[in-house]
Design a protein around this ligand. Structure first.
Ligand code: GLY
Length: 365
């Protein structure tokens, strides 16, 4: 493999070619995800996950093919990420709050029963999505937070552990020592080169710099062959957040929504934007009114951008924060869209896993 052609490039090109062929389109490797997502005559099985996550989406598809529940399939996919200490956006190894404590948010929604469960600001439990599923299945509630959520997890036998890995602690410490010149924390005289990524480069706005690594989240949506939907969103939330800050991920309608008659949607990125706009609910409603999943994601991004505060926009009025939506419809279409085109998502249609790039309100620079 040449230096300039990575495995991911090959995957993406292969994915687009496969999608184009399946849809009867010309084999153009620049074909958009929208083309690859041309309507299918039947529904699932179908699964979509944020990011380039082929192993995870394949796990979900294996469960769907074996006749599994769509929510269980989605949860098992994100559980792989929650357990991965190298991923600093969820679960074990997630980046902590400003005090150096990892606080996790997650929600699940099950189409056939229209039930939901969620946990917020949960500490010491690596699989918040599984706890959220138990809130849904084993309580009369939808959302448990903080110490109550931890006690509930303990009652169900979840092991407690320190989620702040050494690597995540070093990233947090680097942030703590560098984010302000107006306190008593000092970086080492000779900082290790790898830690410099968390330092705000001269001239880059605080918002841009934070966006680069702070709102990581995983969303997975699944559709069975018989048309049942399920979804999950899980995150360590905004890194270095004020302790107790809860984002959109555990809020049904904001970071996740499933309507078994229409479709499902979820999000990664700036949670506050989705809390203010009920974004996942809105996207599903737009699909219900006839939009394709990608059109619905773009329409909601347009709304959010148009309602954003001035301080979150650049000189041209374009949002400086990151926000990505993912959606599937009951009839087996899918789409993803971002403020700026490009963030990856992975889809499995029962035949093959494909890593694709999100559409965008704005093209890639
Ligand atoms: N979307 C993740 C968060 O804002 O917490």
């Amino acid at each position: 493999m040449s230096d300039t052609l990575t495995r991911r490039d090959l995957l993406r090109t292969g994915a687009v070619l496969a999608g184009a062929a399946a849809a009867g389109l010309s084999a153009d490797p620049t074909a958009s995800a929208q083309q690859a997502a041309a309507p299918r005559s039947a529904g699932g099985p179908l699964a979509i996950i944020s990011g380039g996550k082929v192993a995870e989406i394949t796990k979900a598809m294996d469960l769907l093919r074996a006749g599994g529940d769509p929510l269980d399939a989605a949860i098992e996919a994100v559980a792989m990420v929650e357990a991965n200490p190298s991923d600093h956006t969820v679960g074990l190894g997630g980046l902590p709050n400003e005090d150096g404590v990892v606080e996790l948010d997650a929600s699940v929604m099950h189409g056939p029963t229209h039930k939901a469960g969620a946990v917020a600001a949960l500490r010491n439990i690596r699989h918040p999505s599984r706890v959220a599923a138990l809130v849904m299945r084993r309580t009369d509630h939808v959302l448990l937070v903080g110490d109550g959520a931890l006690r509930f997890a303990r009652a169900h036998g979840f092991p407690e552990e320190e989620l702040l890995t050494d690597e995540a602690r070093r990233i947090w410490l680097d942030w703590k020592e560098r984010h302000s010149d107006d306190d008593d924390w000092l970086p080492p005289a000779t900082a290790p080169a790898e830690d410099r990524s968390t330092t705000r480069p001269r001239g880059q706005s605080r918002v841009d710099w934070r966006e680069a690594f702070t709102y990581g989240t995983v969303n997975c949506l699944a559709l069975t062959a018989s048309g049942d939907l399920g979804g999950v969103t899980t995150t360590s939330g905004l890194s270095y957040k004020i302790a107790g800050r809860v984002g959109d991920s555990p809020i049904i309608g904001a970071g996740l929504y499933v309507d078994n008659q229409i479709g499902a949607a979820g999000s990664t990125g700036r949670g506050e934007a989705n809390l203010q706009n009920c974004s996942s609910f809105a996207i599903v409603e737009l699909i219900g009114r006839g939009m394709s999943p990608e059109e619905a994601c773009l329409a909601q991004l347009r709304r959010v951008a148009g309602r954003s505060e001035r301080r979150l926009l650049d000189a041209t009025g374009r949002p400086t924060f990151g926000l990505v939506y993912y959606a599937i419809s009951k009839d087996g279409r899918f789409g993803a869209a971002s403020i700026t085109a490009g963030p990856e998502f992975t889809v499995h249609d029962g035949r093959t896993a494909r890593v694709l790039e999100s559409a965008g309100l704005y093209p890639k620079a």
